[in-house]
Design a protein around this ligand. Sequence first.
Ligand code: NAX
Length: 331
Amino acid sequence: AKEPVRVLVTGAAGQIGYALVPMIARGVMLGADQPVILHMLDIPPAAEALNGVKMELVDAAFPLLKGVVATTDVVEACTGVNIAVMVGGFPRKEGMERKDVMSKNVSIYKSQASALEQHAAPNCKVLVVANPANTNALILKEFAPSIPANNITCLTRLDHNRALGQISERLNVQVCDVKNVIIWGNHSSTQYPDVNHATVKTPSGEKPVRELVKDDAWLNGEFITTVQQRGAAIIKARKLSSALSAASAACDHIRDWVLGTPEGTWVSMGVYSDGSYNVPAGLIYSFPVTCKNGEWKIVQGLSIDEFSRKKLDLTGEELSEEKALAYSCLT
Ligand code: NAX
């Protein structure tokens, strides 16, 4: 039998946490043959609710779940973890300045970075979900210098999956037959959902999405804004932000990273930029990646037209500004 993997979920008493922990305990994230020990962290005001989640995990009698640590102590939470999914953060409240929200998250991610660096298992893989996801991940990277930069990522897989979903609905095809969309840049409304290399599996082979949709105005307009604004549309409908889709995307992100992407398929991940596609180095930016043996690699050599170039640059500029704002909070 396999040794259990320790998975940390911060903000585990929250909405996404509540959807995510049962998925992990059922093997959705790491596979149906991989035992797990869940480490759940939240803050003292949520301690009682967190304990309730722990009770439900016990009550669910998940065969793969070999233990549960539920704590408000960040060191206890981080000790020995192999995977860390960072969902906890400070949400933007009405009337708050952007800088104040950034400042709260910078201080959270700075201290959690140190705890992970000192107490996590070697080679721990980190996924930041909490917003501003890219910049929180960058702060985490800066304050955990002994964790390899390539081990620190942020979630744009939800945006990627939303793009697949929109194409599948538009063409009335199965979502599993659509692949290789790309989310470039920030997990924010400046993200660029790109279908220029996306394909659909048809009875007569793989066909480009553009050739099948036959409506560039839609693909360059409404499609992009629908994906960019989908989070807001969910809030409007549910009066709560996306939770089950975010949890599912977090599982997809870690599963593909650890177990690999299928041959010929790429996914989107927010990763530490090396200057590929002339994106400024030193940002956590969403790229198309393939994964193998637990490592991601940016897909190289894709053609970028003028329309796309502008959009890649715009979302990169926003990330550079966020980075500057985050650094200004440190002093
Ligand atoms: P909730 O407010 O329901 O849950 C957040 C939880 O984090 C709360 O239980 C809170 O007590 C806890 N928390 C706060 N500070 C903490 C700290 N220092 N350490 C540990 N826990 C802490 O929010 P939820 O709807 O679950 O969303 C969580 C985060 O995901 C938010 O930042 C949200 O903006 C972000 N999202 C990111 C997405 C992405 O694709 N990257 C999509 C979904 C989601 O909007």
